[in-house]
Design a protein around this ligand. Structure first.
Ligand code: LLP
Length: 425
């Protein structure tokens, strides 16, 4: 959505104080553009809402793991929610404190657990009984103690796209809340383990906070039952999930209202509250800048073919996600057209919008695909041997090259071409 981060000045779209057309001229397209101040503002909104509560805000690295963004959030006091050794490596690479890290994920490998224990992360969110035993064994081997929470699946229906809903019994995530007490009791006696938390995450892009509050209620009841059994739970991690408006008709879930409704119960229970926001910190701070290659009509249909594709931004293809698409240079005389905005990849599923009303565009025009700061670049691939785009962080009038565009050399790095053809093979 266009807020104060992305504004038109004399018909030209700006990110903070930089014209997107200037960025395109300097760095080419496609390019992801992020506003640093928008990211920081969103993080500060969480900090302000949580004021007075014992808390930890662990930014969910999967949403956008660019080092420049991690470093900016770290400087604001963020901790990190990770789901792989690679994400821990990124946190360390930006100077992040491993003691601010929570490690989630349904299938942690031995090597990842070892890496996390050696770096002394804050806590593991365990997603199965088998994982608790595995962590115990590795911790004993290393002579360390792993602080753990168990991720419970509260069987709450988060109203969102089925691929990003995680809190129902039929989903692979967490342990059934009904079985949790038995697993906690077993974990409490394991060597190398300190059971300190309850965690849950019921889904992503939640515009209604009621399911989150329902899940929190169930988690809090579990905390009471565990404490009654003598298991001293100190941390409650409610995951991420607050949604953002992708369409003008949608309204963001309000952080302050959400926290204020939770506050009395959490305060009363003497818990430290951890949140793992991803999308709500970075989504609206980013856009994907692309250039129109050509227009084409097939029968009744008009196609606008652009230089970005599903390999750069897969959300429309994968989740039928809606992203607003706006011109970078407004032309008040432009006719309105109805078109599919598509990329060059050889798949019918390669589209950014279907049957979308837009001002007419011409080859060379720039378009901005909005609200793509979260789950944009991180899901990009080299499909069709396309080079992944550059990422630019705008800070006032500064344009920081946060990741350079890939080259053909990057594309084949690590591959062999001489299998069986080298002399003597
Ligand atoms: N914590 C856990 C355990 C998670 O699984 C997730 C997201 C988060 C935190 C962050 O959730 P957020 O605040 O961003 O909603 N690729 C999909 C979204 C997948 C979300 C996966 N888990 C998309 O593009 O919509």
């Amino acid at each position: 959505m266009l807020d104060k981060t992305f504004t038109y000045r004399n018909g030209f779209l700006f990110c903070e104080d930089v014209a997107l057309s200037d960025i395109a001229a300097l760095h080419g397209t496609p390019a992801y553009i992020y506003s640093k101040s928008a990211i920081i503002d969103r993080f500060r909104a969480y900090k302000a809402a949580l004021k007075g509560l014992s808390h930890r805000i662990c930014y969910s690295v999967k949403a956008n793991s660019n080092l420049a963004i991690l470093a900016a959030l770290k400087a604001e006091g963020a901790g990190f929610d990770i789901v792989s050794g690679g994400e821990l490596y990124r946190v360390l690479a930006c100077g992040g404190d491993p003691r601010s890290v929570v490690f989630s994920g349904v299938g942690k490998t031995e090597a990842e657990i070892r890496f996390a224990l050696e770096r002394e992360i804050h806590s593991f969110n365990c997603e199965s009984e088998a994982e608790v035993y595995l962590i115990s064994r590795i911790a004993v081997e290393l002579g360390r103690t792993a602080v753990i929470a168990i991720r419970v699946n509260p069987d709450v229906n988060a109203i969102t796209h089925p691929y990003i809903s995680t809190g129902l019994r039929e989903h692979k995530f967490g342990v059934d809340i009904g079985a949790a007490e038995r697993i906690y009791a077993a974990a409490a006696h394991l060597p190398g383990i300190s059971v300190q938390g309850v965690s849950c995450h019921i889904g992503s892009q939640l515009l209604d906070v009621e399911p989150l509050l329902e899940a929190a209620g169930k988690a809090l009841e579990l905390v009471s039952r565990l404490r009654a059994q003598g298991i001293p739970i100190r941390n409650l991690d409610l995951g991420g999930g607050l949604g953002v408006p992708y369409r003008a008709s949608e309204r963001a879930a309000d952080i302050e209202t959400f926290i204020n409704r939770l506050r009395p119960n959490v305060e009363g229970a003497g818990l430290t509250l951890t949140l793992e926001p991803g999308r709500s910190i970075v989504a609206e701070a980013g856009l994907l800048l692309t250039r129109v290659l050509l227009n084409k009509c097939n029968g009744q249909k008009t196609f606008v073919i652009v230089d970005a594709a599903m390999n750069d931004l897969i959300r429309p293809s994968l989740y039928q996600a809606h992203h607003e698409i706006v011109p970078v240079c407004q032309d008040p005389r432009a006719d309105r057209i109805r078109a599919d905005v598509v990329g060059p990849v050889c798949e019918t599923g390669d589209f950014f919008a279907r049957g979308r009303e837009l001002p007419s565009v011409h080859p060379g025009d720039l378009l901005a695909i909005q609200t793509t700061g979260a789950y944009g670049f991180v899901l990009a691939s080299n499909y069709n041997s396309r080079l992944r785009p550059c990422e630019l962080l705008v800070d006032g009038t500064r344009i920081i090259l946060a990741r350079r565009r890939e080259t053909y050399e990057d594309l084949i790095r690590g591959e062999l071409s001489n299998i069986g053809t080298e002399p003597g093979a």
